[in-house]
Design a protein around this ligand. Structure first.
Ligand code: ADP
Ligand code: ASP
Ligand code: MG
Length: 480
């Protein structure tokens, strides 16, 4: 990329730092002030772009409001809208000097007005079209970006709120869109680079984007991490810092395992495996855009600025073996078995996977029995209804004629995964893990030793999941 001097004296975009602030780091005026201090410190030294989440719990509130609207519950709709407005108005008044408040409050009401119009449309229709949901939920990020940019300006840092719908171009899979990197790069060059060249700090909404034809999309729950990595990649950032509410990536979710410790470094692959298997600290697709250029990521705690955080890089010097354990409780196991041995089981499996892919349901783990010709797969519970609908449509004939047994769905399950580079080469590791789980009297239902060298994934009874996580953390000595 050609370098030309920017007005602040640094070469265009050289040393660019992208930082993402999560929901808790945007959760109040006080939290936004801390984020402002972090931005000020970095902006003195280098160009900075930030990506912000909605204030904590706001996305849940917006989704709940749309559900209430769909159900025709006007009272709940009004209560939720009042709550949304109050939270942001109070934050605005606590955060900004009085003379700056009127303009921001007017913009804030206008954004909330956009949400109200969509919610009323949902109420009238009695349904929630996915496209409208995506446009509506992005309002949370638009509100926090507005407040954060206004705060930075008030602190003397030139800043501008940017709606990612103007920058991040995606496919049209509403609710779980995938970025189209080339058009996104072009948009970033035309929308963000001119700001950076003028020394202005773009405050970009996380989570949302727009399809080629402009229809609003979102990147899936927790998607602001992904937004930040997409922007870091297209802007050729030198680093990405993800600010959250824990000291970094830990050996387990500290809410489940009190003895969990922070990992100073993990590889991209380890972080991605942890995220895919339920470690909420990163969105599962965060690392993918960064692989090509090897951009390093730091996971940091905005509540504890002194903690160094976790460095996530293509390669690290850490020892090989198990590094962390994760779990997912909101999953279901679906079993499919032919009733007629004439039925070609491989074809059943391939048609099932095609149906699942078409319904945009992700298979988290898959095991099969060649003798019984049956197989089962693990899926997120919130994707279960559309997955089973798709399977029932695909196999309507076979089910009607009794060639296939009715699908069995077990929702009383959980997934546990142990992750670490080279772990599968560690002799006796799998045995020790299975023994530790059994000693807790937790039933192992399936072992989905993915095709990855890094992960052993185990499906257990849901009520034993947390016990099993602690037992594995202990037996693998992860807390030491
Ligand atoms: P943000 O709003 O900043 O994106 P999230 O709530 O999405 O934050 O993610 C941070 C949370 O992830 C932590 O509070 C922690 O409870 C949870 N978590 C789960 N697994 C891990 C892990 N292995 N390491 C650190 N945090 C984890
Ligand atoms: N606000 C969105 C969510 O709660 C995206 C994010 O926070 O990353 O899912
Ligand atoms: Mg998150």
């Amino acid at each position: 990329m050609e370098s030309s001097p920017g007005s602040k004296g640094y070469s265009r975009l050289q040393q660019l730092l992208v930082m993402k602030f999560g929901g808790t780091s945007m959760g109040s005026a006080e939290r936004m002030r801390t984020a402002g201090l972090i931005c000020a410190e970095q902006h003195k030294q280098r160009p900075v772009t930030i990506v912000v989440s909605a204030m904590s719990k706001v996305t849940d509130l917006l989704l709940d409001t749309l559900r209430k609207a769909e159900a025709g519950d006007s009272t709940a709709l009004d209560t939720n809208l009042a709550q949304l407005e109050q939270r942001h108005v109070i934050t605005c008044c606590e955060l900004l000097p009085t003379d700056r408040q009127p303009a921001v409050l007017s913009e804030l009401h206008s954004i909330i007005g956009d949400f109200r119009r969509i919610a009323q449309g949902v109420q009238m229709l009695g349904e929630r079209p996915p496209r409208s949901v995506d446009e509506a939920v992005a309002v949370g990020e638009r509100l926090s970006a507005l407040l954060m940019a206004a705060h930075l300006e008030a602190c003397g840092i030139p800043a501008k709120a940017v709606n990612a719908a103007q920058v991040v171009v995606t496919d049209a899979v509403f609710g779980n869109a995938t970025p189209l990197m080339d058009p996104t790069r072009e948009k970033a060059a035309s929308v963000l680079e001119p700001l950076l060249e003028k020394g202005i700090l773009p405050v970009v909404t996380g989570f949302n984007g727009a399809a080629m034809d402009g229809r609003p999309t979102t990147l899936g729950r927790g998607g602001s991490d992904f937004s930040a990595s997409i922007l870091a990649a297209v802007l050729d950032a030198t680093d990405l810092w993800i600010w959250t509410d824990v000291d970094g990536i830990m050996t387990a979710d500290p809410r489940l395992v009190p003895t969990a410790v922070v990992l100073p470094e993990v590889t991209y692959s380890e972080a991605a495996e942890l995220a895919y298997n339920g470690a909420k600290v990163l969105h599962p697709r965060t690392l993918a855009p960064l692989v090509e250029k090897g951009i390093p990521v730091w996971s940091k705690n905005s509540f504890n600025l002194a903690a160094p955080g976790t460095r996530i890089a293509p390669k690290v010097d850490a020892p090989q073996g198990p590094r962390a354990v994760t779990s997912m409780g909101n999953v279901a196991l679906v079993s499919i078995a032919p009733a007629d041995p004439e039925l070609n089981a491989v074809q059943v499996m391939s048609r099932s996977l095609a149906a699942l892919a078409a319904s945009n349901a992700e298979v988290l783990a898959l095991t099969s029995s060649s003798y019984r010709q049956s197989f089962c797969f693990l899926i997120r519970r919130d994707e279960l209804a559309r997955a089973t609908d798709a399977l029932e449509t695909t196999f309507a004939l076979e089910l009607a004629h009794g060639y296939l047994k009715p699908f069995e769905v077990d929702e009383n399950v959980g997934l546990l995964a142990i992750v670490g580079e080279g772990m599968r080469g560690t002799t006796g590791m799998a045995g020790r893990i299975f023994t530790a789980i059994s000693q807790e009297s937790v039933n192992i239902i399936a072992i989905a030793q993915g095709s990855s060298e890094l992960t052993i994934a185990i499906v257990v009874r849901r009520d034993g999941l947390e016990k099993a996580v602690r037992a594995v953390h202990e037996v693998c000595q992860l807390g030491r």
